[in-house]
Design a protein around this ligand. Sequence first.
Ligand code: ADP
Length: 248
Amino acid sequence: DTSHGTILYLENISVSFDGFKALNDLNLVIDAGELRCVIGPNGAGKTTMMDVISGKTRPDKGKAFFGQTIDLTRLTEPEIAQIGIGRKFQKPTVFEQHTVFENLELAIKTDKGVFASLFAELDDAQRDRIAETLRLVQLADQADRPAGLLSHGQKQWLEIGMLLMQEPKLLLLDEPVAGMTDEETERTAELFISLAGRHSLIVVEHDMKFVSRIARKVTVLHEGSVLAEGSMEAVQNDPRVIEVYLGR
Ligand code: ADP
């Protein structure tokens, strides 16, 4: 259960590429169960921040803790996935030849990397979890269809469902509604709101309408550090944020 406390703590994280500071003393604290949106202009460091949290990029300096005690800077990318940080990239990557149900089945069986269990039958608890997830991601009526036949939005929800099979505490979502229709975007908003509480979410997104729909708290990155943080209304009216988005 993740109903209280800090789930993620970043302090003075810096990352340089050939002397260019992609992250420059970045500080970020995410509460357990929080739904945080991260915005900022291109090149602000959003992807690099996600790369640091997921272990793809090691910071040059700074602290990165998951919960109170787990030092993320000492773990590899697969280890970070195993301790409960799930990442979804922008493009959906589902097994197109397999049905929706089979995609979730594969995801639940490869949980914790136990490939041997691929040949085992699902137990009742696993079947229940798949059924519950199918309802949550609104694909219950698509369970027996090949994933390749789903719409773009449905593929994105399926991949989120696959991530949920690993029971992540923290979900990292990179531009989840890019390319979605308005209706799919609204359904995704409802999904994320229902995931918050049980999971913590960090959502990097350019769609401001979506961000204002879902986020209680928004972090604005600029030049590798936090420019502003607060409610959508507060950051939208912050002169520094307006300057960065419009003043050039
Ligand atoms: P955002 O996701 O906010 O657009 P990024 O984190 O992708 O920003 O990039 C921040 C800056 O770091 C950009 O100027 C980008 O060109 C640079 N950068 C990111 N990754 C690399 C890399 N692997 N090598 C060199 N420069 C990089």
